[in-house]
Design a protein around this ligand. Structure first.
Ligand SMILES: *Cc1c(COP(=O)(O)O)cnc(C)c1O
Length: 381
């Protein structure tokens, strides 16, 4: 089996599983309890928080653990909206992009039903948001700007530094969904003008069902989940101790191996792109060729259907994607590719191959050879 769908989820590292196991068995204490087993669980969470903070170059006290990237995204958007309502703003305005993950887009749609106004900024043909467009979209009632760090389908890395500067100048909080970028490219929040950042465990070789929200120190944010006083009164519910410990371990490993992984993955993905474009006539690359995630390859085979290619690949033991996992299964073409200006017909020919740090050159060669056969067969039928 060849797994090339690492943007959908990654295989948890052995060290991650090993770190988690005690907290799923003998060390089952509640971190809020005052006896030894509780204290041990609490200490494990503190250590995980430090590891996540170290990867972002921020104080550990600005990290809040959540149930994943989706919750973190919901938290920021919903809180900024509701706080503005409380302050008498009937139609709070949010600026985002048209290529965000459904965790952002569908939360915005939900808030629109409650009275929010949302600007979905267009992107250029490589998937870049133009920071000038962000500036132009700002209104007196704008309460949040949310632009992803890197796109999950096409891998384009957005100019979040510039967008953050614009937000800061205007005095508007800036959130970035960094789920795809966190632990995959360097992110130094001691330099980046970012107020909120979402990340997730299972995209960086950690477990599913755990994520984080970074909240810049001094910003007032209320809970999304109400209840007990966990996460310093900001996120109620008994902590997912094993998940948090696994996430922390994944962060530690990610920080250690970041440079090496980036180099290895980008050289393999460059090789994959080069072979696909030169050996399969008509193939086109989506996203920017330089400012992209090191492990992302996204192409279209015009005239073909991504689903048909996926099924054929699956039969040959190769697992890939034709867009984001959240929209797969539906026959709608990707909203991201449409935003790049592709026609519906073109967008239906999408194939996304996302590498891991364990992907080999042999696997890439096998995949290219399989695709050559599949595309030539499907083109004839
Ligand atoms: C996967 C993903 C999410 C959702 O994260 P979960 O932990 O699966 O909820 C949000 N945004 C982006 C960009 C993602 O890739």
């Amino acid at each position: 089996m060849i797994y090339l769908d690492n943007a959908a989820t990654t295989r948890p590292k052995k060290e991650v599983i090993e770190a988690m196991l005690p907290y799923l068995s003998e060390d089952y204490g509640n971190p809020s309890s005052v006896y030894q087993m509780g204290n041990a669980a609490k200490a494990a969470i503190t250590s995980a928080r430090q590891k996540a903070a170290s990867l972002l170059h921020i104080p550990a006290t600005s990290i809040y653990f959540t149930s994943g990237g989706s919750e973190s995204d919901n938290w920021v958007l919903q809180d900024c909206f509701h706080r503005a309502l409380l302050h008498g703003e009937k139609h709070p305005h949010i600026i985002t992009s048209s290529i965000e993950h459904p965790a952002i887009l569908n939360t915005c749609h939900f808030l629109e039903e409650l009275g929010a106004q949302v600007t979905y900024l267009p992107v250029d043909s490589n998937g870049f948001v133009n920071p000038e467009d962000v500036k132009t979209a700002i209104r007196p009632e704008t309460v949040l700007i949310s632009i992803m760090t890197a796109n999950n389908e096409i891998g384009t890395i957005e100019p979040i530094h510039e967008v953050g500067e614009i937000a800061k100048e205007a005095g508007i909080p800036f959130h970035t969904d960094a789920v795809q970028a966190f632990g995959q490219i360097p992110m130094d929040l001691s330099e980046l003008p970012v107020d909120f950042l979402s990340a997730s465990g299972h995209k960086i070789y950690g477990p599913k069902g755990v994520g984080l929200l970074y909240i810049r120190e001094g910003l007032s944010v209320r809970s999304l989940i109400h209840g007990g006083g966990q996460e310093r009164n900001r996120r109620a519910g008994t902590e997912n101790v094993a998940g948090i410990v696994g996430f922390g371990k994944a962060c530690e490993l990610a920080e250690k191996t970041l440079a090496e992984r980036m180099e290895q993955e980008s050289s393999l993905s460059d090789y994959l792109i080069e072979r696909l474009l030169s050996e399969i006539p008509g193939t086109r690359l989506n996203g920017d060729s330089a400012k992209r995630l090191p492990n992302n390859v996204n192409v279209i085979f015009p005239g073909l259907r991504g689903e048909s290619i996926l099924i054929s690949l699956d039969i040959m033991g190769i697992e890939a994607s034709s867009g984001s996992a959240c929209t797969a299964g539906s026959l709608d073409p990707s909203h991201v590719l449409l935003a790049l200006g592709l026609s519906e017909e073109e967008a239906r020919g999408e194939l996304r191959l996302t590498l891991s740090d364990e992907t080999t050159k042999e696997e890439i060669d096998t995949t290219v050879n399989a695709l050559k056969k599949i595309v030539s067969r499907l083109s004839k039928s």
